[in-house]
Design a protein around this ligand. Structure first.
Ligand SMILES: Cc1cc2nc3c(=O)[nH]c(=O)nc-3n(C[C@H](O)[C@H](O)[C@H](O)COP(=O)(O)OP(=O)(O)OC[C@H]3O[C@@H](n4cnc5c(N)ncnc54)[C@H](O)[C@@H]3O)c2cc1C
Length: 395
């Protein structure tokens, strides 16, 4: 692949945000180059999210990346909240105007988008680390990056930082411009993948005196399960049997339900953080996805927010490209942040309602249980959860 020295949109990062943005821009006839620090195998195997909102499903189909998702993804019409040894089902379509979600691993979505990008011959450079963004004040932006041992420069009209929480794009904004908002939680998730059919057709979010647990899945033969653990936990302290025993305790329910065990193929620790940087733009530099905001994974919003950001940005760039109008670009940050803060609140609500804080009192536990009973007993409260979970239509 020949590497251009100039492009209209330089995209840093080949996660869901960067890859999807490149596809959406192509549809509008806008050229772009995607620079990705890691190699292809790493990007395609990194285990992360797995729940797609209806809006995400729709946009993947529209840009030609929905074929395998529609064959292999698992449509889900509800989740179970489990507490006080009982399960309570939240039915999405009846509570949210017919909307639902799809279980399809982020790794699979990334593989589909990479394959399309390469099949069309569009520039996507792996092992290309962006090291600096220059010219943001001069109106002649460029990205310096290292590829095959050489430093190169990509000049462009716009730079989009889709480079995740630890990327360079947000850090390229001069100090004092961005306002940041952050909350850390006093617990993390120990996540496992196991070669065993899921013990439930739908996700189970369990609140228990032993801590939170989540039963999810990646396919009809692969289970994804999570346990709340203290910050600083070392996976080496969690041999397989200990994990299964703890999951049994936390999912315990009256009746004959049983958690099936199987070989664990992966274990990882995810800290829980909420973070927002405002605004999501500085001149010709736009931030999208985890580069601008982080949510704890309890609400399954991180990936979907990354997608909704780039849908808004692609529409704005398309309008600029076709007409020269910058009104949508000027509104990008405000438009995205309305959805971002809704997702921040929902993710915070799900996290703090379902996880016992190690420092919490019996009073706090009673409040959590009261809130969970309210959702189980009240159609209004259940609808609020369902509508946030499936997500509102994208702008
Ligand atoms: C461990 C973990 C587990 C998660 N689990 C869940 C979950 O269960 N549910 C959920 O909804 N969300 C989850 N998330 C969040 C979700 O995966 C993210 O919100 C989503 O990946 C955001 O996509 P993105 O494209 O914005 O960023 P990313 O997917 O982080 O992609 C950023 C890309 O930029 C690249 N990059 C970084 N710096 C540079 C550079 N200097 N030059 C070039 N490339 C660079 C990175 O290598 C990466 O490929 C999880 C996140 C993490 C970290």
């Amino acid at each position: 692949m020949s590497i251009p020295a100039h492009t209209t949109v330089a995209i840093i990062g080949a996660g869901p945000a960067g890859l999807l943005l490149a596809r959406l821009l192509r549809r509008s006839g806008i050229d772009s180059v995607v620079l990705e620090h890691r190699d292809r195998a790493y990007v395609e195997q990194r285990q992360r999210a797995g729940i797609l909102e209806q809006g995400t499903i729709d946009v993947l189909r529209e840009c030609g990346a929905g074929e395998r998702m529609d064959r292999q993804g698992l449509p889900h019409n509800g989740v179970e909240l489990r507490f006080d040894r009982r399960g309570h089902r939240i039915d999405f379509p009846s509570l949210s105007g017919g909307r639902a979600v799809m279980v399809y691993a982020q790794t699979e979505m990334v593989k589909d988008l990479v394959a399309l990008q390469l099949a069309d011959g569009d520039p996507l450079l792996f092992e290309a680390q962006a090291v600096a963004i220059d010219g943001l004040e001069s109106g002649q932006p460029s990205v310096r990056y290292v590829h095959e041992g050489r430093e190169r420069t990509l000049s462009c009209d716009f730079v989009v930082g889709c480079d995740g929480f630890h990327g360079i794009a947000r850090a390229a904004v001069p100090s004092g411009v961005l306002r940041t908002f952050e909350r850390e939680y006093p617990y993390s998730w120990l996540g496992i993948l196991a070669d065993v059919p899921p013990s439930s057709d739908e996700l189970i979010y369990a609140h228990s005196e032993h801590g939170f647990a989540l039963l999810s899945m990646r396919s009809p033969t692969v289970s994804r399960l999570y346990l709340q653990v203290p910050n600083g936990t070392d996976v080496a302290d969690w041999p397989d049997e200990r994990i299964w025993d703890e999951l049994d305790l936390r999912f315990a329910v009256d009746g004959d339900w049983k958690l099936e065990r199987g070989p664990i193929t992966s274990k990882s620790i995810t800290p829980m953080r909420s973070f927002v940087a405002e605004p999501m733009r500085y001149g010709p530099l736009f931030l999208a996805g985890d580069a601008a905001h982080i949510v704890p994974p309890t609400g399954a919003k991180g990936l979907n927010l990354a997608v909704s950001d780039v849908v808004v940005l692609a529409k704005a760039l398309s309008r600029w490209h076709a007409t020269g109008e910058t009104d949508l670009l000027d509104g990008y940050s405000d438009t995205c942040l309305r959805r971002v803060w809704r997702a921040e609140h929902f993710s915070y609500f799900m996290t703090t309602t379902l996880h016992p804080d190690p420092a919490q009192s019996e009073f706090d536990t009673r409040l959590q249980l009261s809130q969970l009973h309210r959702i189980a007993d009240s159609e209004t409260a259940a609808a609020e959860l369902a509508q946030n979970y499936v997500g509102t239509p994208f702008e």
